[in-house]
Design a protein around this ligand. Structure first.
Ligand SMILES: [Zn+2]
Length: 259
């Protein structure tokens, strides 16, 4: 299995249009962060899975040369995780098929309300592909589902004002936009090898985990390697590498992880 980090930035990315680079060194390319998303390629089964389709999706598909998506998993409905829905059209164009998407009820409803046209079938024999075509699947926390034979277990996360879904796929776990995890969620993450986890800032935040929180979790989850994602302009790459224990490090856009 190969995991590609397509983006590891917070809602506004790094740099921010309004506040620039903050404490991030602009000359280190690892500090330039698109909105958070990952692509998982199960090489044995030849299945490609995207987690979240944020507003930077076009750029991410181009730079990572992604031409196949067998399913899109959504963590939650926030714009920085869903607004790139329309960019999936290019994948429809390549495969000539609809793309299955998976999310909880509120997320799927929100995508349906904002991108209703994406769920109208097109008769490709009669008309050209003129919009993105998705197939909605509602999933429930702690209920296994599979994308072309790749098993996925979603678990519930607290994001302050709402719940989000984390995902476990084999020995890989993905948790973004989370401020607290209960024991049931931690149980799902037990014995994973690689965990990508949202870590917005050095200081406490009401809706996102801070660095201290992730370090606390690392002692319980005991993943072999933990990568930080959804990082704000307060999270300089080299600074983090210097202060963090060996098993935790910041992700960067374009990072590839083999499990
Ligand atoms: Zn969010």
């Amino acid at each position: 299995m190969e995991i590609m980090v397509l983006g590891c930035g917070a809602a506004a990315g790094v740099p921010m249009v309004s506040r620039g680079w903050g404490s991030c060194n602009p000359s280190n390319f690892k500090n330039r962060r698109l909105r958070s998303s990952v692509y998982i390629l199960d090489k044995e089964k030849d299945v490609g899975i995207l987690i979240d389709s944020g507003p930077d999706l076009r750029e991410q598909l181009l730079s990572s040369k992604i031409r196949k998506i067998d399913g899109v998993l959504y963590t939650h409905l926030h714009a920085d995780h869903t607004d790139g829905v329309n960019e999936l059209r290019e994948i429809n164009r390549l495969t000539n098929e609809s793309i299955p998407i998976y999310g909880d009820k509120v997320t799927i409803e929100s995508i349906y309300n904002r991108f209703g046209y994406a769920f109208k079938e097109i008769d490709l024999k009669k008309e050209p592909l003129y919009h993105v075509i998705l197939k909605a699947n509602i999933i429930k926390e702690y209920k296994f589902f599979s994308v072309k034979g790749v098993e996925i277990k979603p678990f519930l996360q607290n994001h302050g004002f709402m719940n989000t879904l984390g995902f476990r796929i084999g020995d890989f776990g993905y948790s973004t936009d989370v401020v607290s995890l209960d024991s049931k969620a931690k149980e799902v993450l037990k014995d994973i090898k690689v965990w990508i986890v949202g870590c917005l800032s050095l200081k406490m935040h009401p809706t996102h985990a801070c660095l201290e929180q992730v370090i606390e979790w690392s002692k319980e989850i005991k993943a072999e390697k933990i990568y930080l994602t959804h990082m704000s302009i307060g999270m300089d790459y080299d600074y983090l590498c210097n202060i963090l224990p060996n098993n935790i490090c910041p992700a960067y856009d374009g990072l590839k992880i083999e499990i």
